[in-house]
Structure formats: C-alpha cells, structure tokens
Design a protein around this ligand. Structure first.
Ligand code: PLP
Length: 437
C-alpha cells in the first residue's frame, strides 16, 4: 500500500498523461502490454540513453529491462547512430536490396554458422515465416513447441499444455483454431515425451528457445540439446532455435556458445538497436529446399516476407549494431557485469537465508522466488509468486531501478556500468529487508 502511494506521488505527470490517453488509446496505452507494469499506470518516458532513462516527471532510472531486450544494445547507442542517421538521408525503403544486406548476412553467417539469411521486422514474423517454410519443405502439418514457451503471437506457437493436452495458450484472444491440428506441446527437458510426439513423423519443426526465458529461465538439463538434435534428425523434423532472448549468451547467441546445430535460427529484438529488425537463417540444405519452394523469378509464392522487411534503414541499423555495438569486446564487458550481478544477488540470498535462487544466461540474470531451478514450464509456472513479483518490482521502480515486469529479469547492455549493477543490488537488498520487516 505504501509503495503504491509512493508511486502515485512520484508520478503526477505520467498519471495525467495516462488519464488523457484513455480518450484515444485503448486502455490508455499505445500497446496493451504497457498496462502490465506494477503501480497501476505506466511511466511515460521523456528520454532514454544508454542504460538509463528519464521519465516525464523528471525522475531518472537505471534500466535493466531495456525494452524487454529490444534495447539490449543500450538506448540509442552512440556507436550505431552514424550508420542509422546517414541511412535516414539516403532512403528508408525501396523494395530493392541495398549493399548492407551482404554485410549483415555475411556477419550473421560468421556469428551463427548458418549459410542463408532472410530478414523480417520482428521476431514474431521471423518465427512465423520459419514455421511456414518448415511446413512447405517437409510437407508435414504440425509443429512442436514447449509448455511455457513464447515465440511471439504466432497462432500455432501460441500454445501450451492445458490439462495435459495442447491448447491455445490461456488468455489468447485470437481465433481458437483447434491447436491439435497444428501443434504438439511437450514439457521442456522431457525426452520421452518429445520422442513420442515426433515418432508419427507429422511434425515439420520443433521451435525452441535454447534456454526457456519466458516463464522465468529454465535451463536445459545436461545432454538435452544433444538429444533434441538427435531425435529431430532421426524423425526428419527441422530444428528451429529462437535466439531472440538468448543473444545474451554471446555474439553468436547460445547456439555458438554451446555448439548447437539448428536447421533454422531466428533472432529479433536488439538486432537493429531498436529499429524494427529480425533475421532468420538456414543451413545450406534447408536453404536449397526453401529455394525450390520459392522458385524465383516471379513465382506466385507468398506467406513469408513483408513489404518493409529488409528495408534499407533496418539493414543499416543491423549493420551498425553488429559492427559497432554488439561486438566481441562489448560482450566481454557485458558477461563480466552479468557475473557481477549474479554473484551480488547470490550474496543477498545467502545473507538472508532466502529460499530463492539466481540464474543466468550470459548477460541476462534472473532471480527466482523458489529454492531450486524449475526443470520445465509447469514447474516454472507453479513457482511464480503473484504477490512477491509485483512488490519487488514496484519497490525497485520507486527507487529508480526498472526490471522487466513479465519476469524478474535483468539485462546488461554495453553501456551498463559496474556502479549501476551495484546500485541495483543495494536496492534489491533494501527490498528484501522491507519484506522481512
Ligand atoms: N521469441 C522470443 C523468445 C521472445 O521472447 C519474443 C518476445 O518476447 C519473441 C520471439 C517475439 O518478439 P517480438 O515481440 O519482438 O516479435
């Protein structure tokens, strides 16, 4: 209650704007997830730079949400700005390729080890297009995802287990197509269930994050990725790895860091420093099959791609980001800060003997309010605390620290400093003391 009052007192201008917005924006926000912040109304941002932002009430924040990964580069990263602003003067979209396309594709080849690349405007689109290609190539009807996953609002991937059966994810307001026609859902880390689902030979592709991140971090058990790869190969199913959040694991994502061998890889969010950009890449074999499905020139094949996909601005932004922002050197700094944050939070958990734990994927660190890591989506969902999460988030927000609201996620950008990490943990410890009374 006091934290709620404090929040309202600190944000008169945001509250005024939010009220005014009720007249023109659905639910008072330009995108409905923006209602999902603790405090009852969203903070309106005046200016975001590096790993910080200032709100319209003049308050300053350390941003560890970073646009839910969209700004993992830091906000408006200085090193990317020349490439982006120069392109603004040279044409933004033409539906013809620009030379930056080679540079970006070759760099993605180098980073992820996949030969052919295509571009999209969001990770959602990259996933949707990849699933369509997988179906076209294999001639199979179904896809498989893991309980608790999120890959964007792609109908057939927006499915979880409900009473043990694949079903449209609870809360889906979209068309309720019978998901058993399109989708199989199994628990992460359950190889027997995976094999049983693949055995009939009707699954075009498995779509997986290499570490689940959208119900809290759920790591793969030792040997799981090797078995996932072996089983998908054995049953002729393509393996699509979604690196959108796990780009935190290194310049080539979790795939390169752990030697995974996906058939298709998708990645979006920070790829263009926040300018809408995403990419999907394939092995040579998949690329050749895809080529025969698409059959240029002038083929009347559709269902993937988009008018603004691979526009010149997005390609320039991806080049600037890969060349100057998400560099090897930047990752080394980000990893070190990720380790610092993990160790600091671990110390607080130990100091107060809390039944919590902390887990990390490179520069993404998450604290979970349960003693042991979850092994699958069901365990992760069962371990979520409906009161604790909002309390910690609001407490920290009131003291100038922004966490990602959907998970207790903290993310490090190339512009995050050791002092900001330290400040985060001081406030986290204050929150713990407030909780313990
Ligand atoms: N893939 C993963 C793993 C995600 O977490 C998300 C969004 O959170 C997406 C895809 C979709 O990204 P976007 O909303 O930018 O399309």
């Amino acid at each position: 209650q006091t934290e709620q009052q404090l929040f309202v007192e600190r944000h008169p201008r945001s509250f005024e704007l939010y009220q005014r917005a009720q007249n023109s924006l659905l639910a008072g926000v330009p995108m409905h997830w923006m209602t999902r912040w603790p405090g009852g109304f969203p903070i309106f941002v005046a200016e975001a730079r590096g790993a910080t932002f200032r709100d319209v009430d003049g308050l300053q924040y350390i941003d560890l949400c970073l646009g839910d990964t969209g700004a993992m580069t830091g906000h408006s990263p200085q090193a990317a700005l020349p490439g982006i602003t120069q392109q603004l003067e040279k044409g933004i979209t033409t539906m013809l390729p620009s030379e930056n396309a080679f540079w970006v594709a070759e760099e993605l080849q180098r980073r992820f080890g996949l030969k052919y690349w295509q571009f999209a405007l969001s990770a959602t689109d990259a996933n949707r297009f990849s699933l369509r290609l997988a179906r076209a190539i294999t001639g199979r009807p179904r896809v498989l995802v893991f309980h608790g996953c999120y890959h964007g609002t792609v109908d057939e991937a927006y499915a979880w287990l409900v009473d043990g059966k694949p079903a449209s994810r609870p809360g889906n307001i979209g068309p309720q197509v019978d998901p058993t026609l399109t989708t199989k859902v199994v628990e992460w880390n359950d190889l027997a269930a995976l094999e049983e689902a693949l055995r009939p030979g009707d699954v075009a592709a498995v779509l997986a994050e290499p570490v689940m991140t959208n119900v809290g971090i759920v790591q793969p058990l030792p040997g799981y990725h090797e078995a996932l790869r072996e089983l998908t190969r054995r049953y002729g199913t393509l393996l699509i790895i979604d690196e959108t959040h796990t780009l935190s694991a290194g310049p080539g994502g979790y795939t390169k860091a752990h030697g995974l061998e996906p058939d298709i890889l998708t990645v979006g969010k920070p790829l263009g420093s926040g300018i809408p950009s995403a990419a999907y890449g394939f092995t040579e074999e998949v690329g050749q099959k895809a080529h025969s499905v698409i059959q240029p020139p002038y083929a009347d094949t559709g269902g993937i791609g988009g008018t603004l996909a691979a526009n010149a601005l997005s390609l320039a932004a991806m080049r600037a980001t890969l060349e100057h922002v998400l560099t090897e050197a930047a990752y080394r700094r980000m990893m070190a800060l990720g380790e610092q944050l993990e160790a600091e939070v671990q110390d607080v958990i130990k100091k107060y003997s809390l039944p919590w734990h902390v887990t990390r994927v490179g520069c993404r660190v998450e604290y979970l309010f349960r003693p042991n890591p979850a092994r699958n989506g069901s365990e992760a969902l069962a371990g979520q605390d409906p009161d604790l999460d909002p309390f910690i988030h609001l407490f920290m927000l009131n003291r100038g620290i922004l966490l990602t609201p959907f998970h207790n996620m903290t993310l490090i950008s190339p512009e995050t400093t050791p002092e900001q990490v330290r400040r985060h943990t001081e406030v986290f410890e204050e929150a713990v003391r407030a909780l313990l009374g």
